[in-house]
Design a protein around this ligand. Sequence first.
Ligand SMILES: [Mn+2]
Length: 244
Amino acid sequence: MTKTDSILCISDLHLSPERPDVFQAFRSFLNNKAESASDLFILGDFFNLWIGDDDPDAFSGQVANALAALADSGTNIHIMHGNRDFLLGEKFCETCRASLIHEPYVLSCFGREYLLMHGDSLCTRDNDYMAFRAMVRNPQWQSDFLSRPLSERQAFANEARAKSKSMSSNKAEDIMDVSPEDVIKVLSDHQQKTLIHGHTHRPDIHALDFSGTPGLRIVLGDWDKKGWYLKISQEGHEMQDFAI
Ligand SMILES: [Mn+2]
């Protein structure tokens, strides 16, 4: 199939064996939408949980095969870490024939630039989460964690998930959203005006103001009852959604 000049961005699919419907929706998305795109950017939380590339899980093998087929058809695949799959490594990306990219990533296309992030690092008003993030994103912590048996890693992940769920239920909505000041700061630090991120599950396009100069914050949606993707082309960008 001929690739058109378009780039697709998705995030927060939270793929897991418990949601075969989401995986099925992803497979149709690959065949019907992504196959005609030149590039697919996956901006984190592609998997609901990732405890290491050495986890001999059949489901992730199926996902890798689906991505590898897309890569073999000529679409470039780029994967960024989210807060649930930050341990996803080069080994898995090699299997999918995808490249692992790191945030913040500047995407230059069609004479425009976009700053790509997962979004969790901008939720700076959530102190508990920021402390947890600082711990688990530490390379020493990660190499220590990855050296433990899979059962131990799984138990840690389950506990962390339960803890985060119970803490989230007591938090005000805006604490778990991105901090507007940090959005402006990260964009300014990288001389950018348009941010694309996921994580918050609040798909929308927000106008930004850089002391009179306009900017944009494009928020991708999570895949649950609906799937979401952003299509970037010569004409501009458009958010699309479809039923799952
Ligand atoms: Mn996330």
